[in-house]
Ligand binder design. Sequence first.
Ligand code: FDA
Length: 301
Amino acid sequence: MVSVINSIFIAFIKLLPKSLVSIFAKQYVAGEHIDDVLKVVEKLNNSGYKATVDILGEHFSDKSKINNIISEYNMLYKLIKKNEFDANISIKPTHIGLDISYDHCLNSFKNILRNAEKYDNFLRIDMESSKATDDTIKIYKELVASSCNVGPVFQAYLNRTYSDIQNTENKEKLNFRLCKGIYKESPDIAITDYHEVNKNYLKILEYAFQHNIYIGIATHDKTLIDQCYQLINKYDVDSEMFEFQVLYGVPMDGYLEKHKENNYNVRVYVPYGKQWYEYSIRRIKENPNILLYVLKNLFKQ
Ligand code: FDA
């Protein structure tokens, strides 16, 4: 029954007019062009937040389009440096060639990582669905062997994640983002219960603190954030060993200010690009309440 309701809902979402979705997108996406995202990054930096920039898009298999994306990422590194912004870059493997082949994707990452190093910046490899997990971890391991400017993302909902982290060599170089995980995965490989996902999240966070691993704590879940605070206090973790991360536009009910009061670093994930429509539909499907939230805010003004 639930899956029937889901299918009806998803069919309904696809019927939403682009103009309505664009109202929603304005809150969650910086815009279509590089100038748009640089303006948002500047604003965030001026308010005391770091940023990580993502060009929207996934599952590209056209080589010339992939080359354009690589050039745009390289240009971003250059402009971030030129403007002295506090921002790095997050990239999805299937955006730069994983659907073509492992080697194609690895070479794309190598190209971009050279620029991350050249401009003294950092490359975050986003984690996609479990189909890509093995390859993504392998790519990370190849890249980190000769660079300190790259880090992966791990998803707390995957059963494998704790041991993936334990099995990562060169822990002194490890710098990862921890998120719950956004893709629909089979219960054979993923934890589906909210409380169990949070339990695993905290177990992984504790592991990072115990092993001096730099961690990006990416969540909007206030109950979980309170529990992360408890672990930070328990281990008396230096605030240079972690940062909180949020998606641009997600309401945080005072928690961003709370992080700042504690002198904890906060990084905002800022997506931009021509694929804003597809991204927005994905966000709405993930959390339909946000459509209502945006509409309510719209009529309040
Ligand atoms: P949870 O889902 O419990 O949500 C907590 C609260 O926040 C709820 O009240 C919810 O309504 C609200 N909320 C959550 N998301 C919202 C949204 N988009 N808009 C409005 N309200 C929202 N995933 C992945 O698989 N690979 C990745 O690489 C990344 N990268 C990433 C980077 C950053 C910086 C963040 C914050 C998140 C990701 N994610 C991700 C997504 C992550 O896995 C997860 O799906 C979402 O963050 C939602 O989970 P929460 O931890 O926020 O908790």
